[in-house]
Design a binder for this molecule. Structure first.
Ligand SMILES: Cc1cc2nc3c(=O)[nH]c(=O)nc-3n(C[C@H](O)[C@H](O)[C@H](O)COP(=O)(O)O)c2cc1C
Length: 169
């Protein structure tokens, strides 16, 4: 295992954060990792927000149905995409994951919170004054981890094959 695969494999969703702030340059670095994610035809049909204002964090948390922990995050990233572009969902998912891995490599905990398909997506977009040609794809609250979960994972041989289905390494 190298440091990159270790970072990816050690990541787990973090829903409890210590009450510490994150320096602005770290937030910019994470946004930049989203910006540089792979994107079909290099269209980059996305927009990235970083919410640090406590009142806004509280209001986003209240709008979601089950992600009240957003209120305690040091920052909540919001990934928006342009639904008029064919691959906007894949692009924004790739960007979201790049940001989550960046946070993990920086020693910060985060959790992917659904935006796309959720009834609160429009309300969050409006709260952040984002134009209507974008829609919310994901929220990524982040902060210094106070508690890390360890959900069970399927074994590799249950979810993979080599060459043909049923054959493993
Ligand atoms: C598309 C997507 C949407 C998710 N939405 C939520 C959510 O709304 N609230 C939440 O607490 N976790 C959410 N999660 C996190 C998953 O619950 C979590 O990844 C899963 O339980 C596996 O745990 P792990 O991330 O620690 O490996 C979401 C993850 C993905 C990929």
């Amino acid at each position: 295992m190298n440091v990159g695969t270790m970072t990816i494999k050690s990541r787990r969703s973090v829903r409890k954060y210590k009450p510490t702030t994150i320096p602005p340059y770290v937030i910019q670095d994470v946004l930049d990792c989203g910006r540089l994610a792979p994107t079909a035809e290099n269209l980059q049909p996305w927009l990235f927000g970083a919410v640090t204002d406590k009142e806004l964090l509280r209001r986003i948390a209240e709008l979601t149905d089950d992600a009240l922990f957003i209120a305690d995050a040091a920052v909540c990233f919001a990934v928006f995409g342009r639904p008029d572009e064919t691959y906007y969902l894949e692009d924004c998912a790739a960007a979201t994951m790049s940001m989550i891995i960046a946070l993990q490599s920086l020693g910060l905990g985060s959790c992917w919170v659904a935006g796309d398909k959720k009834p609160y997506a429009g309300a969050v977009r409006e709260l952040l004054n984002v134009p209507a040609d974008y829609s919310l794809i994901s929220l990524v609250p982040a902060g210094a981890p106070a508690e890390i979960s360890n959900p069970s994972k399927k074994r590799l041989d249950e979810v993979s094959f080599q060459n043909r289905f049923g054959e493993t390494a």
